[in-house]
Ligand binder design. Structure first.
Ligand code: ATP
Ligand code: MG
Length: 465
């Protein structure tokens, strides 16, 4: 009680809540560019049905923001005053999902519309009256968040002003509680409320700020940017499974290269990828080039609608951190190949403590890395066997990536490019020509092979240094 009183004295000075109004600015259809028929007809239909049933309902979040910017939205979200159970009662094809947030998914063939009940932000001073609906930890992070609220509450608890626009497709009006339209016009990512407190409540918002800034080519407003560096270490406490989901969104949305630059600049890369961040410090040019090239390729593939695999991405993000570990193990007397295997294992295990990369991706990461050891050994039938390996393509692409980052491989990438293009007799000739190069055969006296593979190892991995 005393704490509450004290805060009510302090709060006007401490955190001016200039961003959220209780009465929204209302934009009529002539004052904005949105048109009902641009939105998913299923989403519009859900809003209409909920309103007919007596509830408030709006299109909200990313779809309104993206439409205003002329971008095709990824998905369509609906916010409503109806509870999940009430929503489910209205729609046969509705399923309640979620632990952190209880949401309803309404299915229309392959399209899913997410419908969320209006939620409230719970003020910090309500902690004493904590119910099982919401809770925070000692640093202010919200652990559960299922407190329902009014439309005004819902606007206030959203992360950025540009994400708090509500579109009513029936009246074709936009409700703007947080000056979101102004920030869209000025291309600014701005947190609603006190930035420091909002990041502390949910540190993932720092990553979301970067994601939206990169995707929309917006700036992060000064007061929303300043607290990020000091609060970045809070990401270490976020459950690793949630971070995995966020990192995929960061790097698979088509703007990974710009995202990476911003993450590094705002010191958010370190808590996500500590070992790679060290490599970036010790070996900046190589590490930066390799990661940026990999991300630029990913962005290009996404723009061309080609498939991308998270395994390749993680393989590239972590590769520059390997050499130092391999060396350390070798210095302790471990032979090169086991040292490489052990280093890879250690690195992935450590990384998974931060970001829970599922096994279905960690195995292919290892295979892509193993392939780097095998690609130089081409004699006899080895080259043809490698070509048939389902990981060959990823391994070969990875080799080209290493070369483009400046690793010395003695023309190995070009050799493999030619080999794939050659006919049978051309391939036989290429293998025969290797005979004179001990490095490439992987044959010869046992002792010599060892030392040459050790050299290869260094060319492949330590070449990074
Ligand atoms: P996109 O779907 O294009 O990635 P989005 O804005 O729709 O962008 P979602 O993750 O789908 O992002 O979230 C939907 C909406 O929910 C957001 O627009 C925002 O208003 C709100 N929201 C999501 N995550 C948070 C968060 N961590 N804190 C506060 N509000 C959030
Ligand atoms: Mg969305």
């Amino acid at each position: 009680m005393l704490k509450k009183l004290f805060q009510s004295f302090r709060s006007p000075l401490r955190k001016p809540q200039q961003h959220v109004r209780t009465t929204p600015e209302v934009l009529s259809s002539s004052q904005h560019s949105l048109q009902r028929n641009q939105f998913s007809r299923y989403a519009v239909n859900i809003v209409e049905r909920l309103q007919t049933a007596g509830y408030q309902a709006y299109l909200v979040g990313g779809c309104v923001r993206d439409m205003m910017l002329g971008i095709t939205p990824k998905d369509f979200d609906v916010a409503t005053s109806a509870t999940p159970e009430q929503i489910r009662a209205e729609f046969r094809n509705a399923r309640i999902i979620g632990r952190r947030f209880k949401l309803v998914h309404i299915h229309f063939g392959r399209e899913i519309i997410e419908v969320a009940t209006f939620r409230a932000n719970h003020p910090i001073d309500d902690e004493d009256e904590d119910s099982n609906q919401s809770s925070r930890n000692e640093s202010g992070r919200i652990l559960r968040d299922n407190v329902y609220g009014t439309l005004e509450d819902d606007a206030q608890r959203r992360d950025f002003t540009i994400n708090a626009l509500y579109y009513d497709p029936v009246t074709e009006r936009v409700l703007d509680y947080a000056n979101g339209v102004h920030d869209i016009r000025n291309r600014l990512i701005r947190l609603i409320g006190d930035p420091q407190q909002r990041y502390k409540e949910d540190p993932v918002r720092m990553l979301r700020a970067v994601r939206f800034a990169a995707k929309l080519d917006f700036g992060i407003e000064k007061h929303s940017a300043t607290p990020i560096r000091p609060l970045a270490p809070m990401l270490r406490d976020i459950p690793s499974a949630r971070l995995f989901e966020e990192v995929l969104k960061l790097f698979l949305s088509g703007y990974a290269e710009a995202t990476f630059e911003m993450l590094v600049d705002l010191e958010l890369f370190e808590p996500l990828f500590p070992a790679s961040s060290k490599a970036l410090e010790y070996n900046p040019t190589y590490t930066h080039t390799l990661i940026s090239e990999a991300l630029a390729n990913t962005d290009l593939r996404i723009k061309q609608n080609k498939p991308v695999t998270p395994a390749f991405l993680f393989a590239a993000l972590l590769w520059p951190a390997l050499p130092a570990r391999v060396l350390r193990l070798q210095e302790r007397g471990m032979p090169p190949i086991p040292a490489m295997q052990e280093a890879a294992h250690e690195l992935i295990t450590e990384q998974c403590q931060r970001i829970a990369i599922p096994k279905r991706f960690t195995l292919p990461i290892r295979e892509i890395w193993d392939m780097q050891e095998r690609l130089p050994r081409r004699s006899g039938k080895r080259a043809d066997l490698l070509l048939e390996n389902p990981r060959f393509r990823a391994g070969y692409d990875f080799l080209l990536l290493r070369e483009s980052a400046g690793e010395e491989t003695d023309g190995l990438g070009e050799w493999w490019t030619d080999y794939q293009d050659a006919n049978d007799s051309g391939r036989r000739d290429m293998i025969r020509d290797l005979g004179s190069k001990p490095d490439a055969t992987g044959q010869g006296p046992r002792k010599r092979r060892r030392s040459s593979s050790g050299k290869r190892k260094r060319a492949g991995v330590d070449g990074a240094e």
